[in-house]
Design a protein around this ligand. Structure first.
Ligand code: SF4
Ligand code: SF4
Length: 109
């Protein structure tokens, strides 16, 4: 549930890699994301009481101030929101990238 999709075979396997799933093109097609239907399941599933749908919207628009205001940096990337999303939105992956970006900007200051 906490894994991430990689699109490049040059990603190394390290000692923290616990498993690898190699999916076929057809299997990947089953998981193509569709638009958010605002069902709220991600909100119900979040153990941190965050608002994944709004956080994702902010992150996808590169609005990192809004992402931080929505407590996006408190996300611990558990994957629950992505797991329950009927639209198969890549929520956790979006948060991981946004958190890395915000952390890098903070380090520069
Ligand atoms: S679970 Fe998915 S479809 Fe439902 S509100 Fe959250 S992001 Fe949107
Ligand atoms: S990945 Fe982050 S936003 Fe999603 S359920 Fe876990 S803590 Fe909440």
């Amino acid at each position: 549930m906490m894994g991430f999709a990689f699109f490049d075979l040059n990603v190394p396997v390290t000692k923290t890699s616990s498993s690898i799933l190699a999916l076929t093109k057809d299997e990947v097609a089953e998981y193509e994301p569709t638009p958010c239907i605002r069902c709220g399941r991600c909100v119900e599933a979040c153990p941190g009481n965050l608002m994944p749908q709004k956080m994702a919207q902010a992150a996808m628009h590169n609005d990192y101030d809004a992402f931080v205001k929505l407590n996006g940096m408190e996300c611990y990337e558990c994957g629950s929101c992505t797991f329950v999303c009927p639209a198969r939105r890549p929520l956790t992956q979006t948060f991981k990238q946004a958190r890395q970006y915000v952390a890098a900007q903070r380090r520069k200051k």
